[in-house]
Design a protein around this ligand. Structure first.
Ligand SMILES: Cc1ncc(COP(=O)(O)OP(=O)(O)O)c(N)n1
Ligand SMILES: Cc1nc(C(=O)O)sc1CCOP(=O)(O)O
Ligand SMILES: [Mg+2]
Length: 222
């Protein structure tokens, strides 16, 4: 929730279970309404991740969409996340910056952001997961994709074994999320494998009723 201090952000992150990545819904023009529904359904963190047609949004469009999401997060007490760009996270007063393996290193993002913003990392195998679980400056990490997904074409599945591995170490004490191919039909499998938190895209962005989709996913998480 924009306005929280670093302590509040990390406390909220610790109790988060359902993390949504959404595009800016430019064509539908319903970002505020969609975000309200998803957050009302139980989404704890919402990230703007718009790579429609493979290209990221221009910074001005990204900041405009983030303003809409920031208002929704304030209404619902949720965390606002920015993907990839530390400068945009700072400008948008976001709570969270998410960085993948090919994005800027955490140490450099920290130089831009200081300690106030939480930083998350993507991991795709056991070595990366163990490293993100212990790397300085990382507040949470994601493991995946559990299943191949059209949302991230070309990225091979890491499978449930990576979820089991990470659960076996309890994320080395750090919050961690399973991601990739998770929806109403697969969420139970990741929970059985040991995940307590999940990130989803299509399961909510493509749902006819985003509120109900979020509610259902949330109800399946411990
Ligand atoms: C919460 C969350 N987890 C994973 C990702 C993927 O990050 P990355 O591998 O850098 O790929 P892009 O999303 O940037 O295409 C994410 N964005 N958010
Ligand atoms: C954005 C992203 N990152 C992944 C990773 O493994 O790091 S998988 C993924 C896409 C997840 O989309 P969906 O919920 O539609 O399958
Ligand atoms: Mg990235």
């Amino acid at each position: 929730m924009p306005g929280l201090d670093g302590h509040g952000i990390r406390a909220r992150l610790d109790e988060a279970a359902l993390y949504l990545c959404t595009d800016a819904r430019t064509e539908r023009g319903d970002l505020a309404e969609f975000a309200d529904a998803a957050l009302d359904g139980g989404v704890d963190i919402i990230q703007l991740r718009d790579k429609t047609d493979g290209a990221p949004l221009e910074a001005r469009q990204e900041l405009a969409a983030l303003e809409v999401l920031a208002d929704a997060c304030r209404r619902h007490g949720a965390l606002l996340a920015v993907n990839d760009r530390a400068d945009v996270a700072l400008a948008a007063d976001a709570d969270v910056l998410h960085l993948g393996q090919d994005d800027i290193p955490v140490e450099l993002a920290r130089r831009v952001l200081g300690e106030h913003v939480a930083i998350g990392r993507s991991t795709h195998d056991v070595v990366q997961a163990d490293s993100a679980a212990t790397e300085a400056g990382v507040d949470y990490f994601c493991t995946g994709p559990v299943w191949t997904t059209p949302t991230k074409p070309g990225r091979p599945a890491a499978g449930l074994d990576l979820v089991r591995h990470t659960a076996g170490h309890r994320g080395h004490g750090r919050p961690w999320f399973a991601i990739g191919g998770i929806d109403a039909s697969t969420v139970d499998d990741v929970v059985i494998a040991g995940a307590k938190r999940v990130v989803v895209v299509r399961a909510i962005t493509e749902a006819e009723d985003p509120r109900a989709a979020a509610q259902h996913l949330r109800s399946r998480l411990p």
